[in-house]
Design a protein around this ligand. Structure first.
Ligand code: FCB
Length: 437
């Protein structure tokens, strides 16, 4: 396993979580969010589970932060829930802000740098009612919410990301229907792909004007390969939709033509006027990486006319191929083509496995090897010139894995969802050991 001393001095090691996946949304006056209603609609989530209780981090956070500290981590990536801070999307819930105030104080007291994500998918239902991310107004309201959160905790936050994975917010949720709001509509997709980028830009502009620093965004990427010779055009289209749309608009102020080919007719009028806001400079880039994809062209289907295929490598519990080299390729591509010397942080990387407790322990050797391989790839990217400054494992705890419910376990800490007992897995113990070396 790679150890701390293999990385440059000052490199940040951490673990990541998200509010709706761990907190328990029924506590503390949080308002309904679109994940509550999506989960309440039968067949959207495995076993019809939801985030009402989750890991009860809302009450157990001191124990969870102690576990972060005991592992020797430098930083903790967490998110604030919009629907907790503003139950109707607009009006402040003081209990919500108090919770995050205590949580951030708890991190600082334990020597953990707070890495904040403002939107990790818990859109207030009151805004979903008005069209959610298909409505420009949601992007404006996001900037208000961002300002409210940072006004309270911004003095202690190390780095802030506006949006987590805009591709998931837009394409996965409005074209593939897999996440809330579960739509399959190209017009809604195009609008959400634009307005989520606009929310990011408006958020950065507003926070910068309020004097906040270290502002960035968290994007997810996949390395995409042709299924067969002749599928290069399918790769270009899938790369444009899944990767380039998000980084190119932020770094260069343009959308890739291969995605505009299908989406432009459905974009709101005057979208070009927003590109300056979307590309307002950021201070760092967060990169989430899990796996790679194969695509072929599917000529008889409507745009984008592509189809995904299974790859040959060993897979995680999610069915995702384990391909560590992709992380190195991606980080060097980001530096070379888009962000140059801007600090990059791996904000998520990890794997799910059907972990079980045996004799009081979870011997997750697969995860230890996954982490080791990806840290090696991250290290290689640094050697090749990427200004990578940190690595966050996803996730600290087993948690509510969205439409997969509690079945898919990504944690380095096992959670028994009947008793809520936390049990550090062997991957946690291995990381703890390596972080001292
Ligand atoms: C990412 C999400 C995170 C978690 C992991 C497995 O797409 O940001 O919340 O679901 O995948």
């Amino acid at each position: 396993m790679f150890k701390r001393s293999d990385f440059p001095a000052g490199f940040t090691f951490g673990a990541a979580t998200a509010a709706y996946q761990i907190e328990g949304h029924k506590f503390g006056g949080a308002g309904s969010c679109h994940w509550d209603t999506f989960a309440a609609t039968g067949r959207n989530v495995v076993r019809n589970e939801d985030g009402a209780l989750a890991c009860d981090h809302y009450h157990k956070w001191p124990q969870d932060l102690d576990l972060m500290k005991d592992a020797g981590f430098d930083a903790y990536r967490f998110s604030t829930s919009w629907a907790r801070v503003m139950p109707d999307g607009v009006t402040i819930n003081p209990e919500g802000l108090d919770f995050y105030d205590r949580l951030v104080d708890g991190m600082v007291a334990r020597g953990l740098d707070p890495y904040l994500t403002l939107y990790h998918w818990d859109l207030p239902s009151a805004l979903a009612d008005k069209g959610g991310w298909t409505n420009r107004d949601t992007a404006e309201r996001f900037a208000d919410y961002a300002d409210v959160v940072l006004a309270r905790i911004g003095d202690r936050v190390a780095k802030t990301a506006t949006i987590n994975e805009p591709w998931c917010v837009s394409w996965l949720s409005h074209f593939e229907g897999q996440h809330a709001p579960g739509l399959r509509d190209i017009r809604a997709t195009a609008r959400s792909m634009h307005y989520i980028q606009l929310a990011h830009g408006l958020g950065v502009e507003r926070l910068r004007a309020s004097g906040h620093k270290n502002l960035g965004v968290v994007l997810n990427f996949s390395e995409i390969f042709p299924f067969q010779d002749g599928d290069e055009r399918a790769v270009e289209v899938a790369d444009a939709i899944g990767n380039k749309w998000f980084i190119e608009s932020i770094a260069q102020g343009t959308y890739p033509q291969a995605a505009l080919d299908g989406l432009e007719p459905h974009l709101p009028q005057g979208w070009q006027d927003d590109m300056a806001t979307i590309s307002t400079p950021i201070d760092w880039l967060g990169v989430n990486y899990y796996s790679r994809n194969f695509v072929s062209s599917a000529p008889d289907t409507p745009w984008p006319g592509t189809q995904g295929h299974e790859g040959p490598l060993p897979k995680t519990q999610m069915g995702w191929e384990i391909y560590a080299d992709g992380l190195c390729h991606l980080l060097t591509r980001m530096a070379r083509d888009y962000v140059g010397d801007l600090p990059i942080v791996v904000t998520e990387n990890g794997m799910a496995w059907a972990d079980e407790i045996q004799n009081g322990a979870v011997n997750d050797v697969e995860r230890i090897s996954y982490i080791s391989g990806h840290l090696a790839a991250a290290n290689q990217a640094i050697a090749q010139g990427a200004n990578l400054q940190g690595f966050f494992y996803w996730s600290l705890l087993d948690n509510f894995e969205w439409s997969f419910g509690y079945e898919k376990r990504f944690g380095i800490i096992h959670v028994d969802f009947d008793t809520l007992k936390r049990t550090p897995k062997n991957s946690y113990l291995a990381l703890k050991d390596q972080l001292t070396k």
